[in-house]
Write a protein that binds this ligand. Structure first.
Ligand SMILES: [Zn+2]
Ligand SMILES: [Zn+2]
Length: 171
C-alpha cells in the first residue's frame, strides 16, 4: 500500500558474495510502522544483523516498539511495550534450509516485515490489562469502575457479583 511497507525490505544479496564471517548491520528507527495485517507500532527501534555463513545468511534481530491494545476488563486503551530478539537462517538452497523454511530469494531482497510480525505477535499478552487490579466495567450500567466505583441501589445483586468477580480475578 504505502511506502511504509518497504521500510523493512533489505537488499542483502551482496552479502552472499562476501567471505564467510562477513557482517552487515541495518539499524531501524521509525516513529511509526505498520505491519500488515493489523499491527501498528510506535517508537520503533531495532537492528538486523546479517552474517555470511557457509550455508546462508544468518539474521540476528533486536527489536523494540510500543503498540496500543485494549484492556481485557475495561476496554480502555493500553500501551504495550514489545520486545523481541531472534535468529533465523536464510539458506542458500533447499539442502541447508532450517525448520522456518527461509531461503534467500534470488533477487537478494529480504522483507523482514512478515517474520518480525510473527515474532512480535508471540510477545503480545493474550489478555492485556490497563493495570494489574483493573476493576473492569460495571455489569449493570457498563461504566468504567476504575473511574467511579459505585453500586446501584435498585438491585444489589449485580454489584456484589462484580465484587466477587474482582476477588476471583485477583488471585
Ligand atoms: Zn482496564
Ligand atoms: Zn454501574
Amino acid at each position: 500500500m504505502s511506502k511504509q511497507d518497504n521500510l523493512l525490505r533489505l537488499n542483502v544479496g551482496f552479502i552472499a558474495h562476501e567471505d564467510v564471517g562477513y557482517l552487515r548491520e541495518f539499524d531501524f528507527e521509525f516513529p511509526k510502522l505498520h505491519l500488515s495485517p493489523g499491527l501498528d507500532l510506535d517508537d520503533v527501534n531495532g537492528s538486523a544483523r546479517f552474517s555470511r555463513t557457509s550455508t546462508g545468511l544468518l539474521l540476528d534481530v533486536n527489536f523494540s516498539a510500543v503498540t496500543q491494545s485494549e484492556c481485557g476488563r475495561c476496554l480502555d486503551e493500553v500501551t504495550q511495550s514489545l520486545e523481541t530478539n531472534f535468529t533465523e537462517l536464510y539458506a542458500f538452497n533447499e539442502k541447508s534450509v532450517t525448520e522456518s523454511g527461509l531461503i534467500l530469494p534470488e533477487n537478494g531482497k529480504i522483507d523482514l516485515a512478515p517474520i518480525l510480525r510473527e515474532y512480535l505477535l508471540l510477545e503480545m499478552p493474550i489478555n492485556p490489562l490497563c493495570r494489574p487490579n483493573c476493576l473492569g466495567l460495571c455489569l449493570e450500567c457498563g461504566e468504567n469502575l476504575n473511574d467511579s466505583e459505585h453500586t446501584h441501589e435498585k438491585d444489589n445483586i449485580d454489584p456484589r457479583l462484580s465484587k466477587l468477580k474482582n476477588l476471583l480475578d485477583d488471585d
